[in-house]
Every structure is written in structure tokens, then in C-alpha cells.
Design a protein around this ligand. Structure first.
Ligand SMILES: *Cc1c(COP(=O)(O)O)cnc(C)c1O
Length: 792
């Protein structure tokens, strides 16, 4: 949009007066932010209404991305960027004498997700709007987001995330679009005009109220909707306090776990709640705009992001059979043509199952439909594929409903999130279904939004890119390839190093303010930021730090390094919390040791989330992506870090493989077992043997329990037991020696700053490939069958 600074200032003053009955100058930074957000929301409102009207008028196919998690990050700067008015607004703030930093920082970062899954969902919403696709999010408006993490004596302490306390200016409550969601009771089948109709008795009804947030496209004029549902008591009668609390409880909090929520009734309620509300509102809108329900798949695509919304298959069947009165075969064909599913994990224990009994109690009609889907699936495929295969592929097994199986059976398309992951799906967790439905399977490697991570997060780099190759890359990420022309240009390489240094100085300031730790921006910044999980192997990184520590104690001199961690552990995940305490204890040991001064430092910044990621990622020299090969489905922090010029220290896992293929073999430091090697080794693997045979490893494992790292008595024992008694599930000891060797290669490179910068350049130049804009276009072409109006 086009607006002058003067007009903006006038609008801003008006909004401040309207909301706070005061002059801008007298408002707190929070209030200044709130007033500004309302101005910006107003600017986007016309295009929001227009986009909806345009989609209806042109019968544009709509994508609905169902996800139990979203992590949009702060929206102010991103909305201004996408509207094309960030410079105008910044100039206006300056003119008003308002410091912009505190205003941007006053925005709460909605933590409505745990990690990569939720962040991906939000990146896709941004990307769909930015490529001109009609794509909407459908999820839950949790009253409390993912806990805020603090450290007390090195322990993780969880504080409730009261993100709505000051209100959320970007959302709009749409009470006129509220729907009823029914739980429990009985679903009785009664004869009705020659077929059966369903009559519900004694249901527990909840009102689902949508809160819509505009998803503003980058310079496209497209404004889509993220619709998050909030649970409330139904309005038709007075409710007791207990009833009210029961209704509200459904959307009270986000499960702080990316796995292990099985069997929890409230989680099941959450899943059905947003799925049913979303589908009801989609069908209501569809009938208003298109009429004939049989055309649904021509105009609507529903995407199931991981299995949490997989019961959408059953709920759509319910709506088509019971409400729209279609016959089973027709309803099923429409459902399959409408649905598509993304799998995010290979770990069998993380695949969601629900006891059918719980389904029968809580969702009796869906349970009936699940049994019928199961019966028909078995009847149709057993003769051809045999009962062994069909049993393993069926939705119901031993009284458990297998959500991944249901999702594959009820969708026309299934994808994994990186090439290796999509291949492994076919041979492991979904192998039987792949036999039956091979043509449904495809790969869609994840992506990130370079707008947030580079344009907003790394201004020094973005400015340098503009100066060097022009600004086309801002719209068309593949244009970054032009950077390769400068790989022999010493002046450019010096400027690239200087841009990185600006970010490092800024992060050093944050580390000082947060941890009271002084680190040198001239040291190598070695970053690992992601959920704390055994398979991601933060422990291997810690072992690398301890080896460096021992080397320093031996008088050895290496390039100085600052190790930067960000990671939350699920509150119930004991091992992950032990590793957090270990990292903090190693940080205390190292940071307080005078021998380590200017050589080695460890900074574990609390409360990792999108906002902290924006501060850390552009400052990274090294990106640690060191999961055991075959365990990380894709990873996306690997992409964010390459895009800002970090060198990846990586195993051949997830999207690391594709990053190496894109940036070139030498641009990544690879180590460790391949997935095939790890799988082959597992039967004969002995962690204890490794421990006995490698004196350095022996020494480091002993440090866990011999008192050389203070304050980790029980944690050290627990980690040691996982390694030696439980035989090191994730092969930390197996990959240790090669990890050290890879680190020595990094040290050697660090001695040649120009060569280092050249490799950073190769990463930045290749990073456009991982733009979520391209990813959603692939989904659009091959799965959703929608075309972008503004392709990149
Ligand atoms: C990108 C991102 C993730 C995903 O990180 P991985 O290393 O891919 O697991 C998790 N949390 C936040 C806040 C992110 O921005």
C-alpha cells in the first residue's frame, strides 16, 4: 500500500486518542504498540475484506490448513514489511520522537506451538498469502501458550504463558460465526425415509467461537485468515460455574509436548473441537457460496498437518452423511478428494493412537464411523493384499484407533517433509499403506520464510544483498543464486563478514543482559537452537564442549568459541530436563574458569521461541544439526541458519542432505553414521565398548558422575545410565569421534576468514530453494490443485 509519513502520523495520533484518550507521547511502549497495531490492522482491513470477496466472486479454490499448533511470531514488523510500509512507519516513529525498539518489543509472541511443527504451519500461512493463494489456518486459540522457560539453579522452571493478558490486537472475535460442537451422550440411529438418521441424546455441547487474524501477503494485496477457535459455554441457558469451567478447559492450554499425549481425554477433546468447528464453518461457507455440496473437492482442500486433526476424515464423513444426507460411497469419495495429510515423524512411539473406548465415550458417532471405515477397508483390500498387510494398515488394531493410518486411508495425498523422510516413510511406519496406495505418496521438503529470518531478522545482510545483487531476491528467493558471482570478490567477502559481526555484537549484548556473561564477537558463534530431545543430541554438542575444555586444561590452543543454546524441554521429559541442567552446569564450569577466558564460553539463553530465534540465528557462524541420521524428519532451523550464512555442522539427516546438495559438498561439514549405517550397526552396537576403548570419551562420560562438573549429581547419573546401561539409544558415543574430527575441520577453516566467508556465501546463495513460498507452490500444484495468483 502507499501512504505518506504525514498521513501515517495523523492516523496513529487518531488511533491513540480513540483508544487511550491521550496523546501518543504519554503512552507506555505497550500502549504505543497497541495503538500502532490497530492502525496497521485498519490498513489491512480493506484488502482482507477484498480478498474474501474476490475468492468468493471468482470461486477460487480455498485451502484450509488444519494444525493443532501455530507459531506466528510477532506480527507488527512482519505486517509492516508485507504491506510495504515499514520504512514509512519507522520514519514516522522517528519523527514523533518515539524509539521504535521498545514498541516492537512490547508485542507478545504467541507461543501456540511447541517447535518446528507450529512454526512450519505459520510459515505456510505467510507463504500462501505471499504467493496469492487463498489459504487459511484452522487451529486453537489457547488461553495459555507454551510455558515460559526460566532457569533456577540450572533447572528449567515453567511459568504459565499468559499471552492474552494485555489483549491481542491482531485478532477479531467473530461471534456471528460461532458453531456448536457436541461431545459425549449417545448417537442413536433411527429409521428416516428409508435410511437411517442420527439422533443425539444427552450431549455435552460447547460453543466454538472463532478469532480471526489477518495473514498479510508480501506485496500481493492478498490477505488470508488464521482462524483460531475458543471454547465457551453455549449461550442458550445459564451454566453452573463447573459447567463453564469444563467448557473453557478445552482451549485453556497447549499440551507442552510434541509426543506422549496419548490417552489424554482433554487432548482428544481439543482435537475434535477445532476439527469439528473448522469443518462446520467451511461447509456453511461453501454452501452459501457454491450450493452443491458434491462439488466440495473442486473448491476446498483440507490439509491435515500431522495426525492431530486426522479425525477430520471422520468428521467430514459425519457431516456429509448425517447433515447433507449423502450416501456412504459418495461421501467417502468427496472426503478422500478433499483431504490431504503431512506426516512429521518416523518414530513409531510418536504415532498417535486412541483407545476406541475413549472415542466411543467422547465421540460416539465418530466411533461408529471409524468402525465402518475400518470394516470397509478390510473388506475391500484383504483379498488383494493379504490379511497381514491389511491388519497392519487398518485404522483399528487391538481396540486402538491409529490416526496416521486413518489419515492416509482418508486422504488422496500423503507427504513426508524431506526426501530421506519421505523415502523412509515408505519402508517403515507407512510401508503397508504404501503398498496399497503408492500413488498417494510424495515428498514436500519443508521451507522457511526468508522475510522473517533475513529481511527482518538480518538487516545487515539484507542491505548488503540489495547493494550487491539488487532487491529481486526479496520477492524471488531463487535470485539469491546471483550471489555466487561474488565468491571470488574479496571486498564482498569482507563486507559479508562485517555484516555477520554486527549481528554478533547485538547478540553479545543480549547474552550480557540476560546471563551477565561477556563474550567476544570475534569468537566463533556455534549455535544449537531447537527443542531439547534425545534424538537431536544436544548431549553430543556438550561432549564436544567438554573435550575442548579438557584440551584447554591441557594447554592446547584452539580458535575461541562461544556455544549458544536455546531449547525448551517438555515438563514431563526427565532426560531432556537432565540435559538442560547439564548444559547449565557446564556453562557455569567453563564460564567461571579463568583458563577458558576468551577461549571457550557457553550461553544457554532461556525461553527459546520465535523472537529469541530471530536474535540468535543471524549471529550464528556454525549451525549444529546433529541428530542421529534417520531421526529428524526435516528440520527447519537448519534452513534459517544457512539463509543467514552459518556453516552447517551436520549429520546426513532430514533436510541437511538437500541443503548440502544445494550449497555444494564443501559448504557443509558432515560427520557421523548414515541412516543405513546406523540401522545396520544397531543389533551389535555396544556403547560400553566405545566407552572402554576411547580414553577421551571415557574421561568425559566419567565427568558426568565424578564431581568434576558441580551440581549434576542425579542428572549426571541419569545421563550416564542412558548411555551405558540403556546402550545409548541415539548413538552419541558412536558418532563422538567423528563429531570431534568435524569440529577440527571447522577450526581449521576458521583460520581462513575469506574461505569461511566464501562458504557462508555458498549457503546464502543456495538458500532460496528452501523458501516456504516455493514449498506451498509445490503443495498447490501437486496436492491441493490450486494455482498461486502471484507465483515466485
Ligand atoms: C524453526 C524453529 C523450530 C524448529 O527447529 P528445528 O531445529 O528444525 O527443530 C523450533 N522452534 C522455533 C521457535 C523455531 O523458530
Amino acid at each position: 500500500m502507499v501512504i505518506t509519513t504525514a498521513q501515517f502520523i495523523k492516523d496513529y495520533r487518531t488511533e491513540a486518542l480513540r483508544w487511550f484518550a491521550d496523546d501518543l507521547e504519554n503512552l507506555s511502549a505497550l500502549q504505543q504498540y497497541q495503538a500502532l497495531a490497530l492502525v496497521v490492522k485498519g490498513y489491512a482491513a480493506q484488502n482482507w475484506a477484498k480478498s474474501k470477496a474476490h475468492a468468493d466472486a471468482t470461486q477460487q479454490k480455498q485451502v484450509y490448513y488444519f494444525s493443532i499448533e501455530f507459531m506466528p511470531g510477532r506480527l507488527l514488523a512482519s505486517n509492516l514489511l508485507n504491506l510495504g510500509i515499514k520504512d514509512v512507519v519507522d520514519a514516522g516513529l522517528a519523527k514523533l520522537g518515539i524509539e521504535s525498539g521498545p514498541v516492537y518489543a512490547a508485542e507478545r509472541d504467541p507461543g501456540l506451538g511447541n517447535g518446528g511443527l507450529g512454526r512450519l504451519a505459520s510459515a505456510f500461512l505467510d507463504a500462501m498469502a505471499s504467493t496469492g493463494m487463498a489459504g487459511n489456518g484452522n487451529g486453537i486459540r489457547y488461553r495459555y501458550g507454551l510455558f515460559e522457560q526460566r532457569f533456577v539453579d540450572g533447572y528449567q522452571v515453567e511459568v504459565p504463558d499468559d499471552w492474552l493478558r494485555d489483549g491481542y490486537p491482531w485478532e477479531t472475535r467473530k461471534e456471528n460465526r460461532a458453531v456448536i460442537v457436541k461431545f459425549g451422550g449417545q448417537a442413536e440411529l433411527v429409521p428416516d425415509q428409508g435410511r437411517l438418521a442420527v439422533v443425539y441424546h444427552d450431549t455435552d455441547d460447547v460453543l466454538a467461537v472463532p478469532y480471526d487474524t489477518a495473514m498479510i501477503g508480501y506485496h500481493t494485496g492478498t490477505v488470508n485468515t488464521m482462524r483460531l477457535w475458543s471454547a465457551e459455554p453455549t449461550p442458550e441457558r445459564a451454566h453452573s460455574l463447573a459447567e463453564t469451567a469444563r467448557a473453557n478447559a478445552i482451549t485453556e492450554f497447549l499440551y507442552p509436548d510434541d509426543s506422549d499425549t496419548s490417552g489424554r481425554e482433554l487432548r482428544l477433546r481439543q482435537e475434535y473441537f477445532f476439527v469439528s468447528a473448522g469443518l462446520q464453518s467451511i461447509i456453511t461457507h461453501f454452501k452459501r457460496t457454491h450450493g452443491d455440496i458434491r462439488l466440495l473437492p473442486d473448491f476446498v482442500a483440507v490439509h491435515i498437518n500431522d495426525t492431530h486433526p486426522a479425525m477430520a476424515v471422520l468428521e467430514l464423513m459425519r457431516l456429509l452423511l448425517d447433515e447433507e444426507r449423502l450416501a456412504w460411497e459418495q461421501a467417502w469419495q468427496i472426503t478422500v478428494a478433499t483431504m490431504s495429510y503431512t506426516n512429521h515423524t518416523l518414530m513409531a512411539e510418536a504415532l498417535e493412537t486412541w483407545p476406541l473406548g475413549l472415542f466411543q465415550d467422547l465421540l460416539p458417532r465418530l466411533a461408529q464411523l471409524a468402525v465402518e471405515v475400518d470394516r470397509r477397508f478390510r473388506a475391500r483390500y484383504t483379498a488383494r493384499y493379504g490379511s497381514v498387510t491389511v491388519d497392519r494398515a487398518a485404522p483399528i488394531q487391538n481396540g486402538q484407533l491409529h490416526m496416521a493410518n486413518l489419515a492416509v486411508i482418508g486422504s488422496h495425498a500423503v507427504n513426508g517433509v524431506a526426501k530421506i523422510h519421505s523415502e523412509l516413510l515408505k519402508t517403515s511406519v507407512l510401508a503397508d499403506l504404501y503398498q496399497i496406495f503408492p500413488s498417494r505418496f510424495s515428498n514436500k521438503t519443508n521451507g522457511i520464510t526468508p522475510r522473517r529470518w533475513v529481511q527482518l531478522g538480518d538487516v545487515p545482510l539484507a542491505t548488503l544483498l540489495d547493494d550487491t545483487i539488487g532487491a529481486t531476491w526479496r520477492r524471488s528467493p531463487q535470485a539469491l543464486l546471483a550471489l555466487n558471482k561474488y565468491s571470488q570478490d574479496p571486498d564482498f567477502l569482507r563486507r559479508l563478514t562485517a555484516a555477520k559481526r554486527v549481528n554478533k555484537v547485538r547478540l553479545a549484548g543480549i547474552i550480557k543482559d540476560t546471563l551477565n556473561l561477556t563474550v567476544s564477537p570475534d569468537a566463533m558463534f556455534d549455535v544449537q537452537v531447537k527443542r531439547l530431545h534425545a534424538y537431536k543430541r544436544q548431549l553430543l554438542h556438550v561432549f564436544g564442549i567438554l573435550e575442548h575444555y579438557l584440551a584447554i586444561k591441557n594447554g592446547e590452543k584452539r580458535p575461541p568459541r562461544v556455544h549458544i543454546f536455546g531449547a525448551k524441554a517438555a515438563p514431563s521429559y526427565r532426560y531432556a530436563k537432565a540435559v538442560i541442567r547439564l548444559i547449565n552446569a557446564v556453562a557455569a564450569l567453563v564460564n567461571e574458569d579463568p583458563d577458558c577466558q576468551d577461549q571457550l564460553a557457553v550461553a544457554f539463553l532461556p525461553n527459546y521461541g520465535v523472537s529469541l530465534a530471530e536474535a540468535i540465528i543471524p549471529a550464528a557462524d556454525v549451525s549444529e544439526q546433529i541428530s542421529l541420521a534417520g531421526t529428524e524428519a526435516s528440520g527447519t532451523s537448519n534452513m534459517k541458519l544457512m539463509a543467514t550464512g552459518a556453516l552447517t555442522l551436520a549429520t546426513l539427516d532430514g533436510a541437511n542432505i538437500e541443503i548440502r546438495d544445494a550449497a555444494g559438498k564443501d559448504a557443509m561439514v558432515v560427520f557421523g553414521l548414515t541412516e543405513q549405517e546406523a540401522t545396520a550397526m544397531r543389533p551389535e552396537y555396544s556403547a560400553r565398548e566405545r566407552y572402554e576403548q576411547d580414553p577421551v570419551l571415557h574421561r568425559i562420560v566419567d565427568m558426568l558422575t565424578d564431581g568434576s562438573i558441580p551440581n549434576i549429581e542425579s542428572e549426571g547419573k541419569e545421563i550416564r545410565a542412558e548411555l551405558l546401561d540403556y546402550n545409548d539409544t541415539y548413538f552419541v558415543l558412536a558418532d563422538f569421534a567423528d563429531y570431534l574430527a568435524a569440529n577440527r575441520r571447522l577450526d581449521a577453516l576458521w583460520a581462513h576468514p575469506e574461505e569461511w566467508a566464501r562458504l557462508a556465501l555458498a549457503n546464502i546463495a543456495a538458500s532460496g530453494k528452501f523458501s516456504a513460498d516455493l514449498t506451498v507452490q509445490r503443495y498447490g500444484r501437486e496436492i491441493w490443485r490450486v494455482l498461486p495468483e502471484h507465483p515466485v
